[in-house]
Design a protein around this ligand. Structure first.
Ligand code: MIG
Length: 688
């Protein structure tokens, strides 16, 4: 079945989740068929996830279309046609939703009402995550974790990839490499690390292997139409594939997961769930049950990974109902945000992929999935020092911040590329950790109404024709305040487009009027980042992790002047780990700017969680130093300060001389005040 529509000349198309190529999909056609494509190219299609939702932009308005097509589908946005765009789904039913909204953001929020929003992740999942295919044996894992602490590079998560398993079988340990998993996990916990294990859906066909025995007994596997279980080869050898569309299977899986989680794990990484198998072609006649309404593979494949992720996440909740976990999946479908974060699979270590990864994360954002990331540093192949430095700085501004690389490749931890790169990594990971009050508030917002965390410029500036220009397609906003400019390798300077309004260089607070382009320095230790005039950042002191480190007693509020209307930033916080926030144990406050009165306020709305901040430091950027009427409560003039978002890189390498861009905010007005979170605060920004 197909739907054909007119493609207008000026029309632009965004979305479809994990797709390669340019952000604007016009002139291209795409297939949805979840596929394990190792080391995919910058134009490969299809990949691991399918999200049949897109946003159309044209002069008369914007719209969204969600096609409920869990099977193979085809989307053509004017490829080989000057008139038409169309989509085609397999089978005799074509269900689609036309989603109206004034702007892309409204459309996305409406799409979220239909498919759901992400649950609030634990805070540690927003920290730095270190993965590798694979760290083993156990002492290597400990070594990596200890090195983070010794070098004072913040991190929260370490991964165990398939080498932890006994002969690659799910829910087992290789007891030679990992003789005492409980002890290892505990020792890591003492260092403030959460452990995530990778998990594949394929269950080895082997008598005496418990998941296989119980699975056969409970009849949980995918079948051929004649009733025989479908089997194919994956890592452990011949495997059956759980049919997660069946209630009985999900229950069986939840029990397996719950038991597995009691090893003390922080979460799971659902891999190979397209599903992938050697040969990479599942016969299209095998069926999934869908609770008594069987559907053939060609009409259901693309929900397989989503259903696995769902069952895994339910299993974690079952194990520890009052805790939050992190669930990551490779294959996803529309709505997967409710159950897991997503990563973009097996990318390649090159600058083009770094840029592609940014577009894919932003395209996920435009498709309901706010919590996404890529293998920082590149999975296949090897980064060099410059690429790694640029990649880790950039990844610090993506929701899922995770380094990962393939077996038999060079080490890719933040200290593996020499001391200068280590400094750069420490700077940007550190900045990420200091920004956590802002980041956590942004992700909270996504949980509430589907406002994406990372967003292409078209979300915040839909009326500006320039933002659709292919030249700026890699630029994006990280939350409402930060504009990130991904910089290519070899480019000491980068051309940027700043949308209308006033912008500030993050590191110096120098002002840049928007609505035009600039050429800005982008050496390897300086990712260009701008802050929107008329916004705030919330920051805290540096911590090494979110599990052990005590909360810092000071919170920083950075205000950037330049709003031409009112704005509100919602400040959210809670204990970061339990589900007590569902019973109301959280803090929510509005940080708001009133344009008419020219005031900045903090107004607590819900005050049921003590954040532990005793001091608030307010930095005011953009007002003239001699602004006369800026006083704090007790009438003390604000002193002028300097401030650093990152430290200079030491000059370790005689061949590479870091240029000193004097990256320091000079002359910023700063107030210190004793902070009582239950109170309101008003600052009059006065007349100058
Ligand atoms: O066939 O578990 O995308 O992240 O390291 C490869 C080994 C299987 C693919 C995943 C990758 C992971 C790897 N897995």
């Amino acid at each position: 079945m197909s739907n054909y529509r007119v493609l207008r000349e000026e029309e632009k198309i965004y979305g479809l989740g994990e797709k390669t190529g340019d952000m604007n999909r016009k002139g291209k056609s795409y297939v949805h068929w979840n596929t394990d494509h190792f080391a995919y190219g910058v134009d490969t299609d299809p990949l691991y996830s399918s999200i049949p939702f897109f946003i159309g932009v044209n002069h008369s308005g914007h719209y969204g279309i969600f096609v409920e097509a869990p099977g193979r589908s085809l989307f053509n946005f004017g490829a080989s046609s000057h008139r038409l765009q169309y989509f085609t789904v397999e089978g005799k039913i074509l269900d689609y939703y036309f989603i109206f909204g004034e702007h892309p953001l409204d459309i996305l929020q409406n799409f979220s009402m239909l498919t759901g929003t992400l649950p609030l992740p634990p805070k540690w999942a927003l920290g730095y995550q270190q993965s590798r295919y694979s760290y083993y044996p156990d002492y290597v894992v400990m070594d990596v974790a200890k090195t983070f602490r010794q070098k004072k590079i913040p991190a929260d998560v370490i991964y165990l990839d398939i080498h932890y398993m006994d002969s690659n079988k799910a829910f087992t340990w290789d007891l030679v490499r990992f003789p005492d998993p409980t002890r290892l996990i505990n020792d890591l916990k003492k260092l403030g690390f959460k452990v995530i294990t990778i998990l594949d859906p394929g269950i080895k066909n082997e008598k005496g292997y418990l998941p296989c025995d119980s699975g056969l007994k409970k009849d949980v596997f995918i079948k051929y139409p004649d009733g025989e279980n479908y089997a194919a080869n994956v890592w452990p050898g011949p495997c059956f594939f759980p049919d997660y569309s069946k209630d009985a299977t999900r229950k069986w899986w939840r029990d397996l997961i719950a038991k597995w989680m009691r090893n003390g794990l922080g979460g799971l990484c659902n891999d190979m769930n397209e599903p992938a198998s050697w040969g990479q072609t599942t016969p299209e006649l095998v069926e999934m049950d869908f609770d008594g309404h069987p559907r053939a593979h060609n009409e259901s494949r693309n929900v397989y990974g989503a259903l696995m992720a769902r069952a895994s996440s339910e299993g974690m909740q079952k194990a520890f109902p009052d805790r939050r976990f992190f669930n990551l999946t490779r294959a996803a479908y529309a709505g997967s945000q409710r159950h897991a974060a997503v990563w973009t699979g097996d990318n390649v270590a090159s600058a083009e992929y770094m840029m592609l990864g940014i577009r894919m994360v932003n395209s996920f954002s435009l498709s309901g999935i706010s919590f996404a990331g890529f293998d920082m540093g590149g999975f296949f192949g090897e980064s060099d020092a410059e690429l790694y430095a640029r990649w880790i700085s950039l990844a610090a501004f993506t929701p899922l911040f995770r380094g990962h690389s393939i077996i038999n490749s060079r080490s890719s931890e933040p200290w593996s590329f020499g001391e200068a790169v280590e400094d750069i990594a420490r700077n940007y990971i550190g900045l990420r950790y200091r920004l956590m009050p802002y980041i956590y508030s942004c992700i909270y917002k996504a949980t509430q109404d589907g406002t994406p965390f990372c967003r292409p410029l078209m979300i915040d500036f839909p009326q500006d024709e320039q933002v659709y220009d292919v030249r700026w397609q890699n630029q994006y906003l990280f939350g409402p305040s930060l504009l990130i400019i991904p910089a290519m390798t070899g480019q000491a300077f980068t051309e940027v487009y700043l949308p209308p309004g006033l912008w500030y260089d993050l590191y110096t607070s120098l002002q840049f009027p928007g609505g035009r382009t600039y050429i800005v320095p982008s050496p390897r230790d300086r990712l260009p980042v701008f802050v929107k005039g008329g916004s705030v950042l919330l920051m805290q002191s540096l911590t090494q992790n979110f599990s052990l480190d005590k909360r810092t007693s000071q919170v920083e509020l950075h205000y950037y002047d330049g709003a031409i209307t009112d704005f509100v930033f919602q400040w959210y916080d809670d204990d970061g780990i339990s589900n007590a926030f569902k019973e109301g144990a959280y803090y929510l406050g509005n940080i708001q700017y009133n344009h008419k009165k020219n005031t900045l306020e903090i107004v607590p709305l819900h005050n049921q969680y003590p954040m532990g901040y005793r001091r608030l430091r307010l930095f005011i950027n953009g007002l003239r130093k001699d602004a006369k009427t800026i006083y704090n409560k007790i009438g003390v003039r604000a002193p002028v300060q300097t401030y650093r978002f990152k430290e200079p890189v030491s000059n370790f390498d005689p061949l590479y001389q870091p240029i000193d861009y004097t990256d320091e905010v000079k002359d910023v007005l700063a107030f210190d005040l004793h902070f009582q979170q239950g109170r309101s605060y008003v600052w009059s920004l006065g007349s100058v």
